[in-house]
Write a protein that binds this ligand. Sequence first.
Ligand code: CU
Length: 277
Amino acid sequence: MVPAGAATVSTQTVTVRYGPWTIPAGTMDQPGELANSFALISKPCSSCDIVGEKPDLVYADGSTANMDTGPMLHHFVISNLSGRDAVCGMAGDRIWASGNERTEKSFPDGYGLPVRNLDRWGLLTDLMNYSSTPRTVYLSITYTYAGAATTTPVRSLWLDAGGCLTSDYSVPAGPSVHTWSWISAVGGRLVFANGHMHVGGVHVAAIDKTTRTTLCDSYAGYDTMAGMRALTSMGTCSGNPIATVHLGDLITVSSYYDSPAAQDGVMGIVHAYLAAG
Ligand SMILES: [Cu+2]
């Protein structure tokens, strides 16, 4: 292990394509959906430290597939099935995830998520299609990685306003806030985080109430795509460190929505990465 925040390590990038999936045809009101399909996938490298990850949904020719031509990446989640969730304790460690906002993760210099030889990865995808013809798409992820044990290791911290059983919850029309609390079972330096919400989301904040420190307050950005309001970005937080979290600290995740109508199955997640010690 090198000292935290050491000089930039030498890295490589690789783009991996998962799929294809053919999403059924739909309409603007009733999109076609390929819900929660699961697959075991190979890792981008077998023994390495991943320092960054950038997801996209693409067509066979490599061009971006988005709502303006039908497809929407409702979400994907890649789990290390050999790991354990640091927050909720169950088997499976959710290490990479995004919705249609396709958030790029990039750790501060000197930090990486270790991939071990025996780790097994699984991929959950939920895809939608607003086009009246079926669409065949791939999930394309560009990973940046360094050699094994050349960075200070981070682990995933999935802070979910929905709690531990499911990420989904319901919002009423108008402004609302939904909060989940957790007594931290881990301590360490938080170095990167980003939010995930659905349309109607304003921002999602993880706060260490014990130290009165904001860990990350991630705002949703919007654009119009195919005449619809589309959530196109979520704010990221990065620092060396952003904050130090202690074992036993009270952490809250508050998800703020201002939805034009009541909705089921919304999310408010802060996906963070913590270095030990
Ligand atoms: Cu979601």
